[in-house]
Design a protein around this ligand. Structure first.
Ligand SMILES: CC(C)(COP(=O)(O)OP(=O)(O)OC[C@H]1O[C@@H](n2cnc3c(N)ncnc32)[C@H](O)[C@@H]1OP(=O)(O)O)[C@@H](O)C(=O)NCCC(=O)NCCS
Length: 183
């Protein structure tokens, strides 16, 4: 395959979102239009603590992306999974975790290792020992296979039907003790 370059940005602008939109739309096609996605998703996420955008590009054109930020109580997804996950998992994983919100590779370059390399870049750049994401509960889905092969494990049900929360811990990270005494 032609040469793919990888980069992680810590600062992004509205213009970065505008450049990313057609790639996002090609991969997911789940938003009505660019304006809605930029306002309701991009601008909000880009402002969050420790936002990271990973991009894979060919000849300067993005062909894969992934972004995330530090998740905290008070954010919708973090609060929601604090209810769906069992308490020990919440205590061990949730809060100041790095949340990978989205990861996608355009169809034309899939199955060449781009998704795996980009995921590793984002993991390396994430400023937390604990990473979380939500994905499908279909174990045969390509994304599930990718995450599992990179050491991610299922922690419990996700925030919506048909989804699970998966977690990944840095190899040398200390175990976080639950903050509650059980029993
Ligand atoms: C999931 C996705 C990011 C994988 O990107 P990719 O660049 O094709 O993945 P890679 O080539 O790096 O493959 C890594 C591993 O993923 C798994 N995988 C990827 N595509 C697969 C497929 N079609 N069927 C089965 N397993 C697959 C394999 O385990 C693969 O390892 P292997 O090649 O050694 O067998 C890509 O398919 C995608 O963008 N899908 C649509 C968007 C999406 O579902 N994103 C995740 C949302 S949580």
């Amino acid at each position: 395959m032609v040469e793919v370059s990888y980069a992680v940005q810590t600062q992004v602008s509205r213009a970065d979102g505008e450049r990313l939109w057609p790639v996002y739309d090609e991969v997911f096609g789940d938003q009505p239009d660019a304006g809605a996605w930029l306002e309701q998703t991009w601008d909000r996420h880009a402002r969050r603590d420790s936002f990271r955008l990973g991009l894979a590009s060919i000849g300067g054109r993005p062909v894969a992306f992934g972004w995330g930020y530090l998740g905290e109580r008070g954010q919708w997804w973090t609060d929601r999974i604090s209810e769906t996950l069992a308490q020990p998992a919440v205590d061990a994983w949730v809060g100041a975790h790095f949340e990978i919100v989205s990861l996608g590779v355009v169809p034309a370059v899939r199955r060449h290792g781009v998704g795996r390399r980009l995921l590793r870049r984002i993991q390396d750049a994430a400023p937390s020992d604990r990473l979380l994401l939500q994905t499908t509960d279909d174990e045969d889905d390509p994304a599930r296979r990718l995450y599992e092969s990179e050491g991610w494990g299922v922690l419990g049900p996700g925030a919506s039907d048909g989804t699970v929360v998966m977690g990944w811990r840095r190899a040398d990270a200390p175990e976080r003790r639950g903050s509650r005494t059980r029993g």
